[in-house]
Ligand binder design. Structure first.
Ligand SMILES: Cc1ncc(C[n+]2csc(CCOP(=O)(O)OP(=O)(O)O)c2C)c(N)n1
Length: 245
């Protein structure tokens, strides 16, 4: 029988621990498909963050390394500089990349490190119970903003992709979403390009993926997908922000 569905080789047999409706799993699959498509599994090294995807090292079937919270771009820099023939990627949440790890990502981009960054923005700290993140929307209720994010108290959401693309060092920055099939296909293309760029020595590539957190948003999985479309995309518009040819 001709198989119509197969697990990418770059995903292990370990079942994901993610909550129902969380899109980390979809994004893992897209990363694994890109690794398979480019036939780079034997030389890929992933750097896992602290956050819900802390167990990424269990899920990707390639070499993996754990980083302290926010430090994945620095760890990836070290690995890539020592092993330039390998393909190195980080997989980071918005708390990890935009809050505690904001300095690391800015400087890795400014240095045009030849690494691939998968930035999963779900507008909240998922793992620790739904606290406000730098990316939390204005008015969004979280456990640390029970009346909604108030700009007078907590400032404005940080648009990391818009900030990073202004750095001369950054080579490729794109924001995508995985809230429906059409957008998943677009996200797949972007993630593959971010890996391909590294294979072709094009330098720092980052794909920001808008993601769901039904548990901490207090929404059903279906409502969460709609929330991404209706609430997140207007604040975080999709598209290629920068691509140095
Ligand atoms: C140095 C340090 N500070 C704080 C924490 C607590 N902590 C663990 S995960 C996390 C935030 C994770 O949020 P995010 O990066 O958005 O990923 P998500 O869980 O939403 O996928 C925090 C603050 C920690 N583990 N280490």
């Amino acid at each position: 029988m001709k198989p119509v569905f197969q697990k990418p080789k770059a995903l292990s047999e370990t079942p994901f621990h993610y909550c129902p409706g969380c899109t980390h799993g979809i994004i893992h699959r897209l990363v694994a498909e890109a690794i398979d498509d480019l036939n780079i599994r034997d030389k890929t090294i992933g750097v896992a963050p602290v956050g819900c995807s802390v167990f990424a090292y269990k899920y990707f079937d390639c070499d993996m390394h754990e980083a302290a919270h926010g430090r994945a771009p620095a760890v990836a820099t070290g690995i890539k500089r020592v092993l330039p023939q390998n393909i190195v990627f980080t997989y980071q949440g918005d708390g990890d990349l935009a809050s505690i790890g904001c300095a690391e990502i800015v400087h890795a981009a400014a240095r045009n490190e030849n690494i691939t960054v998968i930035f999963v923005n779900n507008a909240i700290y998922g793992m620790t119970g739904g606290q406000m993140a730098p990316t939390t929307l204005i008015g969004q209720v979280t456990t640390t903003s029970p009346y909604g994010r108030d700009v007078k108290l907590a400032g404005f959401p940080i648009k990391m992709s818009e900030m990073l693309y202004t750095l001369d060092g950054a080579s490729y920055i794109e924001r995508v979403s995985v809230h429906d099939v059409k957008h998943i296909k677009m996200a797949k293309k972007a993630i593959k390009k971010a890996f391909e760029n590294q294979v072709n020595n094009k330098g720092f590539s980052l794909v920001e993926v808008l993601s769901t957190c039904p548990t901490n948003w207090g929404l059903s999985p279906a409502e969460s997908l709609k929330w991404v479309e209706d609430k997140m995309i207007p604040v975080y518009p999709l598209g290629v922000m920068k691509e140095v040819k």
